[in-house]
Design a protein. Structure first.
Lengths: 254, 319
């Protein structure tokens, strides 16, 4: 089974999944920081409405996939396509305007700004309707609505994560890239955050997510990729990945 | 002079320091750049106003002892300081594309260039704005306060500019973007803020305020090609004292440093009056706490404050 999955990844950009065109795809991407290469012929696709989870050991290049997709790193070779259009190397502040949002793992809120101001910053690229969309987000996430005039640094870890999602959602993106939503959170809080990820997905936003907590991350996902040394080793449904012996022995800690 | 008199002088000098320190702090926190050419940007503002005032003349009326033409010159000085700073950013700092230490060292060179150009144009002698020297306001003299209407104009203008900046930072879109960039530049880009544009506006505002500070410094003292550079260390002290990267800290730091330097003669009077134990200590303090050492005393106080509050008055460095 695992062999078949490996082969499948080379055609990531061609849309082999029932003919749907991917909303976002990386095809044969090499990328890295300065001289240091991290991604090596990496191909990942995200179809409309999906949640896709990237898992793998530390240093496998999971976060680098998100950063390359979001223009924080320029692909050395290969393409990053959004709705079929090459966006590789476009600056993050322009990619936001295309309809992709990004939630960093750490420092993902403006601590010295109020909750309200954080959300306004999330909408600087909007043409209009900012107030309405902020009110909608407050309705969906009442936990931050109650503290809208408080500085973001006063929020708890879980509340911060909610604010970080909400900030990215002000643009009403097609695609949300989320880097380790559960990092540093207590287990109960992490569960809430995964619920929120699903809620965001229900708003017609496709999600590409990096997650250390493999079981929970894959648990809410439609598909997953196992990355190692900058390339995709396995791809499949959560069940396929979690039940595959080689995958679990090599990458999922037994 | 009475303590009130020294404090009045301190208030005037503080106004100038605050205008300088705000710009230095803004550019530091938003462009990640300790700009050593900031003092000479003040000099540019002052000399631009000198030339403009010479060209336009008094223009009839006067406010607070200053001809209308002087205010025109002030606005032109602010504008030219801003334009020069933006041009330097666009033509030199931005194309260099180096880290913040590289920028710092480059800005020292830029400071020399600014100053040399001014010296070529105007010589190295002291000069003055061609405005009538005023006598101290009569009604305040009995309290030992010897300030002129010009001094009142300096403080009032600085207050207007500082309040204006506060409104801009807190209640406008540009101000929120500036605070967001100072807080977390990566997240600012991720949010879609076009950071280069905000950076340019930061230069405009920071250098404009520096230009205003330079014009007022020229009015308070005199103009010379070294006037801004001589003040730069004091301004850095104010910014660090306030908590580097915090605009409101820079205001507080500028106020304190300006006050301390002007209050030094008063401190020396106090020391002379105090019965300090051993005679040698009294002599030492009397010799050290004099106006010649005003800047050094300000720095000593800065160091003491930083020992207690290592991140400065405003703490963490968030705007």
């Amino acid at each position: 089974m695992s062999d078949g999955m490996t082969d499948d990844t080379t055609g990531a950009a061609d849309g082999p999944h029932g003919g749907t065109d991917p909303v976002l795809s990386l095809s044969g991407v090499d990328s890295g920081y300065g001289e240091v290469q991290v991604l090596d012929d990496c191909s990942v696709r995200l179809d409309p409405g999906e949640i896709v989870c990237l898992v793998g050991p530390n240093g496998a290049g999971k976060s680098t996939v998100l950063k390359t997709a979001f223009g924080m790193l320029t692909p050395w070779t290969g393409t990053v396509a959004y709705h079929g259009r090459d966006i590789g190397g476009m600056a993050p502040e322009e990619i936001v305007r295309e309809g992709i949002g990004y939630v960093p793992q750490t420092d993902n809120v403006f601590g010295s700004l109020t909750i309200d101001e954080n959300l306004r910053m999330g909408g600087v690229a909007r043409d209009g309707g900012l107030e309405e969309v902020i009110e909608t987000l407050y309705d969906r996430f009442p936990i931050i609505e109650r503290k809208r005039s408080a500085k973001a640094k006063t929020l708890s870890g879980g509340q911060r994560q909610v604010l970080a999602f909400a900030r990215a959602l002000v643009m009403e993106p097609d695609v949300l890239l989320i880097d380790e939503p559960s990092a540093g959170l207590a287990p109960n809080t992490a569960d809430d955050v995964f619920e929120d990820v699903k809620a965001v997905n229900d708003m017609d936003t496709a999600i590409l997510m990096v997650e250390q907590n493999v079981t929970k991350g894959l648990g809410i996902s439609d598909r997953g990729y196992v990355l190692d040394q900058g390339t995709v080793r396995f791809e499949g449904t959560p069940e396929e990945l979690l039940n595959d012996e080689e995958v679990s022995q090599l990458y999922l800690g037994g | 002079m009475t303590v009130l008199g020294y404090m009045a002088n301190g208030l005037v000098f503080s106004s100038i320091i605050v205008l300088g320190s705000i710009g230095l702090s803004l550019v530091y926190s938003i462009a990640d750049f300790a700009n050593f050419a900031h003092g000479d940007t003040m000099t540019i503002g002052a000399y631009t106003a000198l030339v403009t005032f010479g060209a336009v003349g008094g223009l009839g009326g006067a406010v607070l002892g200053l001809p209308f033409g002087f205010f025109v010159a002030l606005v032109v000085g602010i504008g030219v300081a801003a334009v020069v700073a933006v041009a330097t950013e666009k033509l030199i700092y931005e194309p260099l594309d180096i880290d913040s230490i590289g920028l710092l060292i480059t800005s020292i060179g830029i400071a020399f260039i600014y100053r040399a150009l001014i010296q070529i144009g105007f010589g190295s002698d002291f000069t003055r704005f061609d405005v009538q020297q005023l006598r101290p306001i009569e009604s305040l003299v009995p309290y030992g306060v010897r300030v002129t209407l010009h001094d009142v104009a300096i403080v009032a203008s600085a207050v207007v500019l500082v309040v204006g900046l506060h409104v801009l930072l807190q209640y406008t879109d540009l101000g929120r973007k500036m605070r967001a960039m100072a807080d977390n530049p990566d997240l600012a880009r991720v949010s879609g803020i076009r950071t280069k544009r905000v950076k340019l506006w930061t230069w405009v505002i920071g250098a404009g305020l520096a230009g205003a500070g330079g014009v007022f410094l020229g009015l308070f003292n005199q103009l010379s090609p070294r006037m801004g550079f001589n003040l730069l260390l004091v301004i850095f002290a104010a910014v660090i004292l306030g908590g580097i990267g915090s605009v409101y800290g820079a205001m507080a730091g500028g106020f304190l440093i300006g006050m301390i330097t002007q209050l030094t003669p008063f401190f020396s009077n106090v020391v002379e009056a105090l019965p300090i134990g051993p005679g040698w200590l009294a002599t030492l303090l009397e010799n050290l706490i004099t106006i010649e050492y005003a800047n050094a005393i300000a720095f000593v106080i800065m160091v003491v404050v930083l020992l207690v509050r290592p991140n400065g008055i405003a703490g963490e460095g968030a705007t």
